[in-house]
Write a protein that binds this ligand. Structure first.
Ligand code: 13P
Length: 253
């Protein structure tokens, strides 16, 4: 039984004061859906204040990225230990980081290992671009991202890994993948490499989320699919009513 997880990726939105206000709105709205694991991922600067609002609550806090070195001369970066001080989760390999900030599969792998070593739960993102999708490369791309990103991990470490399938063309476009299409990619291209690397039990126990234009209106279609275990939500995670509807949809899965 895989417990559904709904994570809000707030991206580069909300000042610290605004993030605190959003956390205060979300807390009473979503705290009671016990069957669902709930996470919000504010910017680094807002994390301490949001974590303070959500402490002792059933809503986890995550970072949107982390660096792989422990400390030192890495201007602008944040270490796993610094993230762990306030967070239980970290998103790694988001397509926006890959496309705009140069995160390679090798860097993603280093970040995943460093985050796991410090005790964080990793939400590793994979997904193909529109051009890759249209040229029939989805399997090739997702398979490479899975194999390279998880290279060298143990089956034991996979207990703290969640995968998010986020087709790049569906992110922020209002053009979500079809639920059946997303489920097929997860079943055919995302679980099989995990089976090859870590065995069948691991491939069936790791949670795989869908991300890309998930809303309160379409979430239940995704959660009705057998291989989709929750959602990584961008835009709709900034809207308390929408995010609550998504958590609710996950709880009645
Ligand atoms: P949207 O929900 O805004 O499409 O963003 C998805 C996403 O990138 C979450 O990480």
């Amino acid at each position: 039984m895989r417990k559904p997880l709904v994570a809000g990726n707030w991206k580069m939105n909300k000042t610290s004061a605004q993030a605190v206000a959003l956390a205060h709105e979300l807390l009473p709205a979503i705290k009671n859906f016990d069957q669902v694991e709930k996470v919000v991922c504010p910017t680094f600067l807002s994390i301490p204040a949001v974590a303070n609002v959500l402490k002792d609550s059933p809503i986890g806090v995550g970072a949107q990225d982390v660096y792989f070195e422990a400390s030192g001369a890495h201007t602008g970066e944040v270490s796993p230990e610094m993230v762990k001080e306030f967070c239980q989760y970290v998103i790694i390999g988001h397509s926006e980081r890959r496309a705009r900030f140069g995160d390679t599969d090798e860097m993603v792998n280093k970040k995943v290992k460093a985050a796991l070593a410090i005790g964080l739960t990793v939400i590793m993102c994979v997904g193909e671009t529109l051009a890759e999708n249209e040229s029939g490369k989805t399997k090739e791309v997702v398979d490479r991202q899975m194999n390279e990103g998880l290279r060298g991990l143990s089956a034991e470490q996979m207990k703290n890994v969640v995968i998010a399938y986020e087709p790049v063309w569906a992110i922020g476009t209002g053009r979500a993948a079809s639920a059946e299409g997303a489920n097929a990619v997860i079943k055919d291209f995302i679980r099989p490499p995990m089976k090859a690397m870590f065995g069948d039990a691991v491939s069936q126990s790791v949670r795989v989320l869908y991300g890309g234009s998930v809303t309160g209106a379409n979430a239940s279609e995704f959660f009705a699919q057998p291989d989709i275990d929750g959602a990584l939500v961008g835009g709709a995670s900034l809207k308390p009513l929408d995010f609550t509807a998504i958590v609710q949809a996950a709880s009645s899965r």
